[in-house]
Ligand binder design. Structure first.
Ligand code: ZN
Length: 313
């Protein structure tokens, strides 16, 4: 039996929000179309934040409208608060993720809210969602950032992450995911925390791992996740984005390398690497001065490479 892995592409949101270049709207649309054509089934296409904070994502409503025209694609967006959730619902996004920082210091610096205030925000969004007819209600994820460590607080105790995950579920999030946005996680920590968080939120309510490759452990952490049964991973084409707290550091784990590793291991992603490289060309042309990462795109596919049996369509 081939295991199915869902790769959630976050480049158009996580990647583009942290680079200087503002990708023109037509290029974004073409890129997202190409990403979906490669077989990616979920793409985080933007974030509903005030345009003056993130001019790179000011066109999110228009991008969502475009992405919704692509068949069988789950269109995901980030929403920092209720206001953002209202805009996301109006735009018709399928999935909303609210970033919730396990480190309260990070939360205060990032969104100027305590954990209690963030949980109130979550409950307010849940009320908004539950008032919608069931067939128009997007899925709502609490994405727990700094779950494996924080640039302000250092260690973030696992007990605290587990408790907050439970509180997010109790507040009404459909799913809870774990993010290592600053690249502090190691494989042993991944195995331990995933098992503990999944125990409290429920297996079906675990939204997977969002990993960065800041210290080179990104794919090792994916393997650790696979070992404990994780089947959803976020990644970004070309690993764009970097780390806002570490100038020059690499960003998200690279979608191209992730697909190569998983397919080589016999896992099924549904993603065609050759088509993925075509999508990368669109990105490269649209943000020519930004650094693009990825070992497999640089080295090329090894002689005799075959996608997993189920992937060879
Ligand atoms: Zn990230």
């Amino acid at each position: 039996m081939t295991r199915e892995i869902l790769i959630s592409e976050v480049g158009p949101r996580d990647g583009l929000q942290s680079i200087k270049t503002i990708m023109p709207t037509p290029a974004k649309k073409a890129w997202i179309t190409a990403l979906a054509a490669s077989g990616l089934r979920e793409i985080e296409v933007g974030s509903f934040v005030p345009p003056h904070l993130l001019p790179q994502l000011a066109d999110t409503a228009e991008i969502v409208a475009h992405a919704l025209t692509i068949p069988h694609l789950t269109v995901a967006v980030l929403v920092p608060n209720r206001h953002g959730a209202e805009a996301a619902i109006k735009a018709g996004a399928h999935k909303l993720t609210i970033p919730f920082s396990a480190s309260e210091t990070h939360s205060l610096k990032n969104v100027r809210r305590t954990h209690a205030q963030m949980l109130d925000e979550v409950r307010s969004i849940v009320a908004l969602l539950r008032a919608l007819p069931a067939n128009r209600r997007p899925k709502f994820e609490g994405g727990m950032s700094t779950a494996f460590g924080c640039t302000y607080e250092g260690d973030v105790p696992a007990d605290k992450v587990v408790r907050l995950a439970q509180e997010l579920r109790e507040a009404g999030c459909d799913e809870v995911g774990l993010s290592d946005s600053v690249g502090y996680a190691n494989p042993a920590q991944i195995r331990d925390l995933v098992v503990r968080v999944r125990d409290v939120v429920g297996r079906d309510a675990f939204a997977g791992l969002h990993l960065h490759n800041t210290r080179g452990l990104g794919l090792a952490n994916v393997v650790a996740g696979l070992e404990v049964g994780v089947e959803i991973f976020d990644s970004s084409m070309a690993g764009i984005g970097g780390c806002p707290f570490a100038p020059g550091a690499t960003g998200n784990i690279v979608t191209e390398d992730l697909v190569f590793m998983l397919e080589s291991m016999g896992l099924h992603t549904g993603v065609d690497l050759t088509k993925l490289f075509e999508a990368r060309k669109i990105l490269a042309a649209a943000v020519p001065t930004e650094e693009l990462y990825g070992y497999v795109p640089a080295a090329g596919l090894p002689l005799g490479y075959r996608a997993s049996a189920a992937g060879a369509r």
